[in-house]
Design a protein around this ligand. Structure first.
Ligand code: G6P
Length: 610
């Protein structure tokens, strides 16, 4: 989703802005732009459709320099990805703005400004904001006051960066509904959508809160809260380093992140398990008490995180004995609910900034839940800050749009939560010990599965010319089949659907032929024999099977049934292990197809609009 970078410094900021945009590329975007205020008091702008590389080319061909500037990567919402719609937007060559989010009342604003003589050159909602700020400046406001009076009229979500050619020392930032951080330097200050953009220039950040407006100068940062009162927000030093988000020797971030999973899972377990039990520290005393009181769980999430929630439902019910509902956030937030007594509301999110998940959480506050728990990968995210209880996944920065290590670490954190909850609801010590042992073995077992990559890469060749595919699983493997299908469709653009294998004969079997590969995950569990019967149904219709299975339960391989065997694994953690080959399969199909693996078309990493 859109990315913002801005800087006010004593040095030329154009390279800082471009490097920042590069580091935000992973969020997903389709055009980019920058504006700097040149020493002669003129706003210079470059915009380009496509990658940041195109913007860099424009800058190299005609360099614009200045000590004050803003830049943006745009993920189109209002209007196609064209140069005219790319940010920054400029009003009468005097004010420039970058914006993330959606202004819902931009149409009446646009009508009023058009009537006042303002020209609109784009289809964006943002242009109304920049013209409105200009109108206030003309009326005599200074840049901060003008910005504040305009945002008071905005409905919707925004993070904004504003500069004026008349104000060489000032960068105004504002946020409501979209993330924005202030980077603190010495004699220079920055803004960005996330810390990753600014790691080469600072590790000290102020996380703006909802409704905050900040005035950045070279000397300092002044923040006003939503009520217009001056506030102090703490400066936090991030543990991330500039190279935390680099690809290393891997060809794509996704490949790197798939291979980081054994370490990421081990880190998520670190300090949270002992020999045979989950430590109370895993969740903290408050969470332990609340989960002890809980009688039900409601999970809300989007995308891959939603699939983690679906797996957790099986676990909460089977291991902790608590009823558990799971819903995608965009549905949850727009329907009426009956909230059963003593229900804990759990959000799952890699970024902690997904607009629908955050809105669902805010909705949940008013609905009488026992408490809110966030399982999240970004410590300073809105979701973390706004939840009662937090369990961090420790995946490290995830850059590839298609989520991989965030998913398996979410599952790890969820299983820890389920076990800790289960203990207070009658889970026996021997069972807990078995689960903890299984969790502890996972990183090594994941390494074994990663070693299967050459065989999976060879399998991927059979998908390259296909247009459709079917993923089957049963029990906890059904959500894993859903996740495998999501990975394949996201990055290879092959239509992929997941079904619980038992539903095959209620519809999808009609689609099965030699042109529709059928992918199945089949660990050795109570359902595997039933699953194998379902696979016979596919074979009898001339379908081609690609099966990931435990050697002890695998169907016989032949020309129409390719089998890759995985090491034996405890049933409880099998979902984590069987995710890995599906990630690798999607990755290699995408590489063979030559798609943009890390930034697939039309998708964004962090979906900060509804
Ligand atoms: C986007 C990303 C997905 C992610 C989903 C939810 O669609 O492309 O990879 O699963 O958002 O994101 P979250 O940060 O809330 O987990």
């Amino acid at each position: 989703m859109c990315g913002i970078v801005g800087a006010v410094a004593e040095r030329d900021v154009s390279a800082i802005l471009l490097e920042g945009l590069r580091r935000l590329e992973y969020r997903g975007y389709d055009s980019a732009g920058l504006a700097v205020r040149g020493d002669e008091g003129v706003l210079h702008r470059h915009r380009a459709v496509g990658k940041v590389g195109a913007l860099e080319d424009a800058q190299a061909a005609r360099p614009h320099h200045g000590v004050l500037g803003i830049a943006h990567t745009r993920w189109a919402t209002h209007g196609a990805p064209t140069e005219a719609n790319a940010h920054p937007h400029v009003a009468r060559d005097e004010v420039a703005i970058v914006h993330n989010g959606i202004i819902e009342n931009h149409e009446p604003l646009r009508r009023q400004l058009t009537a006042a003589g303002y020209r609109f050159d784009s289809e964006t909602d943002t242009e109304a904001v920049v013209n409105a700020v200009h109108e206030r400046l003309e009326a005599g406001d200074d840049l901060l006051t003008a910005t504040r009076s305009v945002i008071a009229r905005l409905d919707g979500a925004y993070a904004l960066g504003v500069i004026s050619r008349h104000d060489p020392d000032r960068l105004i930032a504002a946020r409501r509904g979209s993330p924005l951080v202030v980077g603190v330097g010495i004699g220079e200050h920055f803004i960005a959508s996330d810390v990753a953009a600014l790691l080469p220039v600072t590790r000290d950040f102020i996380y703006l809160e909802e409704g905050d407006v900040a005035e950045l100068t070279r000397e300092g940062v002044r923040i006003l809260n939503a009520a217009g009162e001056p506030v102090e927000r703490p400066v936090r030093t991030t543990e991330l380093t500039a190279d935390a988000a680099e690809r290393g020797a891997f060809r794509h971030f996704m490949a790197k992140e798939i291979h980081e999973q054994p370490r990421a899972v081990a880190e998520t377990l670190e300090g949270r398990i002992a020999e045979d039990r989950v430590l109370p520290e895993a969740l903290g005393p408050e969470a332990t008490r609340i989960l002890g009181e809980a009688q039900r769980i409601q999970i809300v999430a989007c995308g891959t995180s939603y699939h983690a929630g679906l797996v957790a439902r099986y676990w909460f019910e089977a291991i902790a004995g608590l009823p558990c509902d799971v819903e995608v956030a965009s549905e949850f937030r727009y329907r009426r609910h009956v909230v059963p007594r003593d229900t804990v509301f759990v959000t799952l999110s890699q970024s902690g900034e997904t607009a629908d998940t955050l809105a669902a959480l805010r909705e949940a506050w008013t609905m009488g839940y026992l408490a809110t728990l966030a399982i999240c990968n970004v410590p300073e995210s809105s979701l973390v800050r706004e939840s009662d209880l937090v369990m961090m996944t420790r995946a490290g920065p995830e850059i590839g749009v298609a989520s991989t290590k965030a998913f398996t670490t979410q599952l790890t954190a969820l299983l820890l939560t389920v076990i800790a909850t289960g203990r207070m609801h009658g889970l026996e010590a021997a069972e807990e010990a078995r689960l903890v042992t299984a969790l502890r073995s996972l990183p090594r077992q994941m390494e074994d599965v990663l070693a299967l990559e050459p065989a999976i890469e060879a399998m991927s060749e059979q998908f390259v010319d296909k247009h459709h595919s079917l993923f089957l699983g049963r029990g906890t493997q059904y959500p894993i089949a859903m996740e495998g299908a999501l990975k394949l469709k996201e990055i290879s653009y092959i239509h992929a659907e997941a079904y619980p294998a038992g539903e095959l004969k209620h519809g999808p079997l009609a689609l099965v032929d030699a042109e529709m590969p059928v992918v199945t995950v089949a660990p050795k569990d109570d359902l595997v024999e039933k699953l194998k019967s379902n696979l016979q149904e596919v074979r009898a219709r001339g379908g081609r099977l690609h099966v990931f299975a435990d050697a002890a339960a695998a169907p016989a391989a032949d020309a129409d049934c390719q089998v890759i065997t995985l090491p034996p694994v405890d049933e409880a953690v099998a979902p984590l292990l069987y995710t890995v080959p599906l990630q690798l399969l999607a990755y290699h199909v995408a590489v063979l197809k030559g798609t943009d693996v890390d930034q697939p078309r039309n998708l964004a990493k962090s979906v900060t609009v509804e």
